[in-house]
Design a protein around this ligand. Structure first.
Ligand code: SF4
Length: 482
């Protein structure tokens, strides 16, 4: 595969940037477990996938490549990843080139050999990067994950658990991280717990993953979430946990509840399908519509649409059919096909929507291009009225904690009222779920979450202008990583 080719985007909404997994399970083919766990976490990143394993002799092998988990690995490659423990990673990125260099797990040996997989974003990446470069450390990619790997690799404290304890206070931002040495798989989560990380049990052994859906697929059992500021070490001795940093202000990403995590994953004690259904119910209470039919923007809008229909008493049907494989083509449509644009992703059913006043439920709008086209398609298919209901508040601010949200100016809600957004999208009416409604559905209070993309209230003490995803690539030539 040509590394500069890009898969067609699945949607113009926010994009999660990574999923991580780690397991210590001698005799259970850990690389295969990692493969299936990553398969379950595929929605968290479709650009690259990688697994690192460590064999009995303490030899770490890393295999990573651009593409989907199913494209990157086959039986032969999994056999080459023999060992007692493994870590894995799926990544989403918007970078043009160099995507292979930024794929993970990252491998480094600057004193301590390790492989590392990370979900999140360091807001002090540029400072750390410059400091390490001044110390003569070379980098292969431009990801902040390699910075964490380098800091841990050069850290003199032994064993790796103590190295993590020494390095964590230097990191700012969001990091749910899994690192593997010859002896252990160690996972740690930033003191705000921005990105998710869960701990599972597999027989008498243990594993960690971004989401609990990764445990279901390998027959592991969700124990609990790794706490903010906590380290968990998976070794021959079993499980060791340490609170490395205090957690004054948990800031779990509320968008994980709304969209990112899979509906069958459990977060903060609740399965997300149910939470999202409740969001739809509350949305129906807050913003009823005089309409005939509820449809969802599949698949992510499904649970909220079910909830909206339940609470409103309106009928629900599938008015839009999604091509589930659209994100998997690397072939760009030619000019002729491009005219049909969104039909590659969604196809409206005139038999369902024609002559109807339709409520369309989706989970979020960022730039609005897809939404505008969907509304146009529904009108072309004969819908009499289109009432848009969104199970989240308007997104008006970028995320600096590991999610690609576009720039402020690209967001359709930037400097627009809800009525202006409705006019811009061509909807007969538009309503968003209130922030209070979100937390009513989530069931845990606002003070333990991040909702900066809705409110502009950045809970990690930065001003929201911290080092972005491309900060390292934006350094002047000669300073940036190669
Ligand atoms: S800014 Fe939004 S997407 Fe980013 S961590 Fe906060 S809630 Fe999540």
């Amino acid at each position: 595969m040509n590394h500069t080719e890009r898969p067609m985007p699945d949607r113009d909404g926010p994009r999660d940037e990574c999923g991580v997994f780690g397991v210590y399970a001698p005799g259970r083919d850990p690389a295969r477990l990692a493969y299936f766990a990553l398969y379950a976490l595929q929605h968290r990143g479709q650009e690259s996938a990688g697994i690192a394993s460590c064999d009995e002799g303490g030899h770490i092998t890393t295999l990573r490549e651009t593409g989907l988990v199913s494209q990157v690995f086959d039986e032969q490659k999994l056999h080459a990843l023999d060992g007692d423990m493994a870590i894995g990673h799926v990544r989403y990125s918007t970078t043009g080139g160099g995507s292979w260099e930024n794929s993970q797990p990252v491998w480094r040996d600057d004193g301590r050999e390790l492989a590392l997989a990370h979900n999140g974003n360091l807001t002090n990446a540029v400072e750390l990067y410059n400091e390490l470069r001044d110390r003569g450390i070379e980098f292969r990619g431009t990801s902040d994950s390699e910075i964490i790997a380098a800091l841990l690799s050069i850290e003199e404290a032994r064993p790796i658990e103590n190295a993590v304890a020494a390095v964590m206070p230097r990191l700012r931002g969001a990091y749910s991280t899994v690192v593997m040495t010859k002896r252990a798989v160690v996972a740690f989560r930033d003191p705000h717990g921005v990105r998710p990380l869960s701990l599972g049990k597999l027989g008498g052994r243990f594993c960690v993953a971004s989401e609990s859906c990764a445990f279901d697929i390998i027959g592991a059992e969700l124990m609990r979430e790794v706490g903010p500021g906590e380290l968990v070490a998976l070794t021959e001795d079993g499980l060791e946990t340490r609170q490395i940093m205090p957690t004054d202000r948990p800031a779990h990403c509320v968008f994980e509840h709304i969209y990112f995590s899979r509906p069958d994953s459990r977060l903060e004690g609740r399965v997300l399908q149910e939470v999202r259904g409740r969001m739809g119910e509350i949305l129906a209470r807050e913003a009823p519509a005089d309409a005939d039919l509820v449809i969802s923007v599949p698949d992510s809008g499904n649970p909220a649409a079910n909830g909206y229909a339940r609470a409103s008493g309106l009928a629900k049907d599938d008015g839009l059919i999604k091509n589930r494989y659209v994100a998997r083509t690397f072939i760009q449509p030619g000019q002729e096909l491009r005219k049909h644009g969104l039909r590659m992703k969604f196809n409206p059913l005139p038999e369902i929507v024609s002559g109807k006043r339709v409520v369309v439920v989706d989970d979020s709008i960022v730039r609005g291009n897809t939404t505008r086209q969907i509304i146009g398609m529904l009108r072309d298919a004969g819908a009499e009225e289109v009432h848009l209901r969104i199970s989240a508040p308007p997104i008006r601010n970028p995320c600096h904690y590991g999610v690609d949200m576009s720039s402020r100016e690209e967001m359709i809600a930037h400097d627009r009222t809800v009525d202006e957004i409705a006019a811009e999208l061509g909807a007969d009416s538009l309503a968003y779920l209130s922030l209070d409604g979100v937390y009513e559905a989530v069931g845990t209070p606002r003070k333990v979450h991040c909702d900066a993309c809705f409110t502009g209230d950045y809970p990690l003490g930065d001003d929201g202008e911290g080092n972005g995803k491309f900060a390292l690539e934006e350094l002047p030539v000669g300073q940036g990583a190669r």
